[in-house]
Design a protein around this ligand. Structure first.
Ligand SMILES: NC(=O)c1ccc[n+]([C@@H]2O[C@H](COP(=O)([O-])OP(=O)(O)OC[C@H]3O[C@@H](n4cnc5c(N)ncnc54)[C@H](O)[C@@H]3O)[C@@H](O)[C@H]2O)c1
Length: 399
């Protein structure tokens, strides 16, 4: 640690889905870490040793580390001055036109100019629109701050963050050797290996990673719809294709491809390429269209206007409490317009106040839709028809 700093790391956005796991892993590796966040509720929870969201193995780790000097959480921006490394992981959502809005990073940096000190190392870790790092460098230089800047993107999957932070290579990029070295030294404490890219390469690499996954899910969803329209079970075809055939081993199954990252980052890339991204836009239409497809198929088979439909699972993926950008809510809106009644349930989505207990949904629904493949639903034993594009129940991928 630089001798004039009393803490090793401050994480701006430190109580969020990316910031908090990173803080835990760094503190567990012996670094002193302050989690700085605007969300006072999340900071209070963290200070009380309670995770604000589900993350595998994090409860015990937080409880243990928050009781030591290694980890602290605060809403006081003064904390930013105290640390050698300032990691920025604020959210970077797209706007209502699906355009990237780099203002969130800019506002965060501008808000911290009074706190930033010469000699610090600013690490951008949010997924950013290309050239946002350059914008930050310019902003800091214009304000006369003599700080190193690096862009070191996060590639974890929510829920597996603690394991992945310690098992995935870390991409490091910066324009000066000194900044690269400082980022290397920090991430060498937790990551098994470091991969170097130029800054703009790294910005694109992160967008490419999420976009690639989004396109793969779209490809699976489109093939699923073709098989389904032909009256066939996509799971049987997929299983047969993958059997002893390594080239297709990674072929995903169908499902509601959603969440706070994949669509958003595909749209960031589309905007960066002047909206010339046929494959990305086609993927959006397929993935965002799946709930519409499901409902139109159900309308062909049932008179929904007479029925109560139960939606099982509201979070964007299994065993998660994160409902951000979950397509379960699109499904809910579509069904509300058509069905006599819609009931929703989820074992984890504690922020949703419109949920019903599972037993009630099972007892009162004429039709059930598994929207999120929480393991719990795999044991469903009901006479009610169940729509299960995930094939969680093992009866095939059909709607
Ligand atoms: N969620 C993921 O799985 C994931 C994975 C890789 C990368 N990312 C990227 O990481 C970034 C953060 O995503 P997230 O899911 O952790 O978001 P999040 O909303 O869970 O966390 C962001 C946190 O930043 C805080 N915050 C916002 N502005 C702030 C400011 N000016 N000062 C201090 N705190 C501030 C918020 O209160 C929140 O707690 C995004 O760019 C996202 O694309 C997310």
């Amino acid at each position: 640690m630089g001798k004039s700093f009393s803490r090793d790391v401050v994480i701006v956005g430190g109580c969020g889905h990316v910031g908090l796991p990173l803080g835990l892993v760094l503190a567990d590796a012996g670094m002193s870490v302050t989690l700085y966040d605007l969300d006072a509720n999340a900071v209070d929870r963290v200070r009380a040793g309670k995770m604000p969201f589900l993350e595998r193995d994090a409860d015990e780790m937080l409880e243990r580390l928050i009781a030591t000097d290694l980890l602290d959480a605060t809403i006081d921006p003064a904390a930013v001055s105290e640390a050698e490394h300032v990691v920025l992981v604020v959210g970077t959502p797209v706007d209502e036109h699906l355009n990237p809005d780099p203002k969130f990073v800019r506002i965060a940096i501008e808000g911290l100019l009074d706190q930033l000190r010469d000699g610090q190392h600013v690490i951008l870790r949010s997924t950013v629109y290309p050239r946002v790092t350059a914008m930050v460098e310019k902003l800091l230089a214009a304000a006369g701050r003599d700080v190193d800047v690096s862009f070191c993107p996060e590639r974890i999957a929510e829920g597996r963050a603690l394991e992945e932070l310690r098992s995935l290579p870390q991409i490091v990029s910066a324009r000066t050797e000194r900044a690269v070295k400082r980022a290397d030294t920090l991430f060498a404490k937790i990551a098994p290996s470091i991969i170097h890219l130029d800054v703009e390469e790294a910005e694109l690499a992160k967008l490419f990673a999420n976009t690639w996954r989004y396109i793969q899910f779209a490809a699976a969803n489109q093939l699923f719809m073709i098989a389904n329209d032909f009256g066939l079970d996509f799971a049987r075809i997929r299983d047969a294709l993958k059997q002893d055939y390594p080239r297709l081993a990674g072929m995903p199954g169908p499902g509601l491809a959603a969440g706070p990252c994949l669509l958003k980052d595909t749209m960031q890339l589309a905007a960066f390429n002047n909206n010339n991204f046929t494959l990305g836009h086609a993927s959006m239409m397929i993935n965002e269209g799946l709930p519409l497809y499901m409902v139109s198929k159900l309308e062909q088979e049932y008179d929904l206007s007479e029925m109560t439909v139960g939606i099982l699972g509201m979070s964007f993926k299994a065993e998660s409490d994160d409902t951000r950008s979950s397509l379960s809510y699109k499904l809910k809106r579509l069904l509300r317009f058509r069905a006599a009644r819609v009931l929703c349930t989820d074992p984890y989505a504690h922020t949703d106040v419109e949920l019903s207990p599972l037993a009630e949904v099972l007892a009162e629904s004429d039709l059930l839709v598994i929207a999120t493949p929480h393991k719990l639903y795999a044991d469903l034993d009901v006479d009610t028809p169940v729509v299960d594009v995930w094939n969680l129940l093992g009866n095939g991928e059909r709607v």
